[in-house]
Write a protein that binds this ligand. Sequence first.
Ligand code: UDX
Ligand code: ADP
Length: 485
Amino acid sequence: MKICCIGAGYVGGPTMAMIAARCPDIPVTVVDVNEARIAAWNSEELPIYEPGLDAIVRTARGRNLFFSTDVDGAIRDADMIFVSVNTPSKTYGIGAGRAADLTNVELCARRIAAVAEGDKIVVEKSTLPVRTAESLQRILRANGSGHRFEVLSNPEFLAEGTAIADLERPDRVLIGGESTPSGHAAVQRLVDIYARWVPRERILTASVWSSELSKLVSNALLAQRVSSVNALSALCEATGADVEEVAAAAGRDSRIGHRFLNASVGFGGSCFQKDILNLVYLCEHYDLDEVAAYWTQVVEINDWQKQRFVRRMIRTMFNTIAGKRIAVLGFAFKKDTDDARESPAIDVCRALLAEHAELAIFDPKVSAEAIRAALRQAAGLPEAELDRRVVCGPDVYSAADGAHALAVLTEWEEFRHLDFVEIHDRMKKPAFAFDGRNILPHDALRALGFEVHAIGKPAVPRDLLPVQPDAAALTAGGARLSPRS
Ligand code: UDX
Ligand code: ADP
């Protein structure tokens, strides 16, 4: 058995490294059209940041893990081909902004059909809308020269930042295949690979279609939780409740559970928004308009949460931030990754720039070039204007120099333990801190003189709040104040 993976990105790279590390007897070749990326995979400086990845790559690289730009050669040699290319949302034509752009996947299928010299198992690993396997199958069968192609769906559930742990001890591995004898045999070959390190009861098999849809549904349900708690964060701010206390209490109910209830400036990443919009598109296709509208709302609450954060900043800073320097702490869509795709930071920074603010951005892992590229595309500012108004600092302290406010947009651990005395000294007064991830030590900051605004928390500490809602007045109107159980 030989494996090849087309696409050496956040999914393909770590997944193949794990398979190679756990199956030393199986040669695994990862190919990509991007030469610089492949060169980086072959160097000491890997192209993506992921805790634990270096060690896994070091174990297997050169032994049975190879990175190459020879796409055709790798396809020809392999029995099993993972397709792990990017599937961004379409930016043009029908379904623009919502449907997935399958150009890369289709190119891979046509390449496989063109160069295959024997039977192949093709595994779709990219997040793909429902029924893509069917399209893959048709392209392969229509263009192949008589070889058998079995198409499997093996969606990736790893989250960035915890990819290696997720791959090592997954909650489940899902494999979808066709209900034919050759389909079952192909599924079994992939099951046997994962079974080398994943307990068998965690490996689920399903039809191709169920497998594809499960991926979209998992992400939609997770994103829905974040949007639910973010919507409630606004109610907490309005009423003086603390969203962390509310989420901790509700999350103690084991049926609800505590995960994905951290209120934030909004969710981001390459999957959540894209997958929900795919789901919406699919619902619309089947004339399920109410279902489509329901899931659209999860994305809309996310957009609203980002705008709400910016509006709060502006209102707090005397209704103008023009010409004011704002130190932006964090640009990645979450901690422990250098990925800024669909990061809430992009929308927040764009809105701040539209208000003529000046930004000093620091992220421990996202490079200055990546930040500038994201903002260049999002803000639509002339290059000179971008140069003048955005600096990417080497650390938080220089970003804070002369800043009117801090805005925490990513929950990096190191932001919890900064020298806030020095930061306060360097800032203009009053010094504002807007915590979009609820990770700063709020009481300590207030003691230093910061004015702190956090997500879903009263702007003023609770013991200083002027009036609590009048219980008698509320119950007189028929409302219940105390929970029923
Ligand atoms: C997600 C899915 O979790 C994973 O299973 C799938 O395969 C790919 O998409 P990922 O995009 O890496 O993974 O990140 P995830 O940890 O799910 O977080 C997504 C976004 O939600 C991040 O921006 C994160 O900061 C935000 N989030 C998450 C919150 O705001 N609050 C939470 O409580 C959890
Ligand atoms: P993901 O998060 O899904 O892994 P990435 O963008 O990180 O997405 O990685 C996808 C990779 O797939 C990129 O490195 C890109 O160059 C590669 N790729 C896209 N299309 C093709 C193709 N037709 N042949 C080979 N590699 C491709």
